[in-house]
Design a protein around this ligand. Sequence first.
Ligand code: SF4
Length: 453
Amino acid sequence: MKSYYVRTFGCQMNKHDSERIAGLMEAVGYVPVEEIERADVIVFNTCCVRETADERLYGQVSSLKALKTGGRPDVLIAVGGCVGQRDAEKVLAQVPHVDVVFGTHNIHELPSLLEAAESGRPAVSVLKEGEAFASELPRSADKPWHAWVSITVGCDNHCAYCIVPAVRGRERSRTVESIVTEVTQLVAQGVAEVTLLGQNVNSYGRDRSGKPRFAELLQRVAGTGIPRIRFATSHPKDLSDETIAALAELPALMPFLHLPVQHGSNRVLEAMNRDYTQEWYLDRIERVREAVPDIALSTDMIVGFPGETESDFLQTLDLVERVGFDHAFTFIYSPREGTPAAALPQTVSRETAQERFHRLASLVKDLAYASNLREVGQQRACLVEGASKRDRTVLSARTPHNRLVHVPVPEGRTPESFSGTIHPILITQAHPWFVSGTLGEPPAPQSPRSDRR
Ligand code: SF4
């Protein structure tokens, strides 16, 4: 039997698409292998959101040339995802030993492209816009108890630094029926948690004459009986009061919100074309906290955007402090060719950007630790993922607030016997990036209203 290996770069949408690539490969008779060197087909599902992502990809693909010239001439290498979509034939110019290039809109073509490449001629197919949704393809899950469910693809916003609209296209929403059907099937397969995915989930349905919108979709998905629901990514300008109300009302909707703010200065937010102000953002946060007082909040922040001054940056620090995020992803601005910001003069030196990055990262770490400290003594219903990456004697789990928890594996049990189960865990200790605790007895089956927190 022929084997395949998928390497995934970048965002959750790519993780979703990789589960579909795996499902497609298995549907045409391939089996997965753990080691890249052993695979008959190697698929790179790529990301181009920052320069580092490009470099990593071309570096890794280049290193596979040795595999082809070193006794495995028949191995097929395919490059898909956002670099495939952006570069198409240019991929072959940079790494001529690649056999297949496909994009973000035509994952379904991969098996036929591989067949064509078996003739020895590279096969390149990239569509400008797509009609099909990758969600309609077979799925082979990375974690059987969790599923990425895409509700929209593409993005209609044009944030000045962002390459996504260029590689993922215009925003398209799936029908609510297709999403509810998918989640209902996942519940029947024993999936405990779904993450609803989109570049901007809050504008769900806008391209379908606005009906239904995101809050109603959340109600419908909760109606399937799925135990836990998460969603990403939200755009602050479209976070509606109805969605905030759903966060308070729906027990299955986890008390966690990722709301990228990107910057604290209105001048820079305008230059980024984010279409909201610091005041609007803080108002949304206030509303969310009124509705769900103990909600956990995370965000994305960029430092070093063209034109950013020290006073702009201080406004970012001030906003982060005022919100008191439980977690934040911090990035140094990376100019992307083809984005409006790439044409702006780069006024912030690498040293200054790095210095600001470290100040922000240190504040974020302090706030994350303070947030974890507040958890000590709390008992939380946690979804156990399995063995922690570094230590098989330790279980990794997630609280409803999306906090990483480590607990010792009980004597005589294996980590796998806990994967995908929901257990109460008493939080006993805080660390900067995670908490640790003790495993309680699994609860007797209870009504969904009780202690989801
Ligand atoms: S909302 Fe902005 S940052 Fe997010 S994917 Fe769309 S253009 Fe990019």
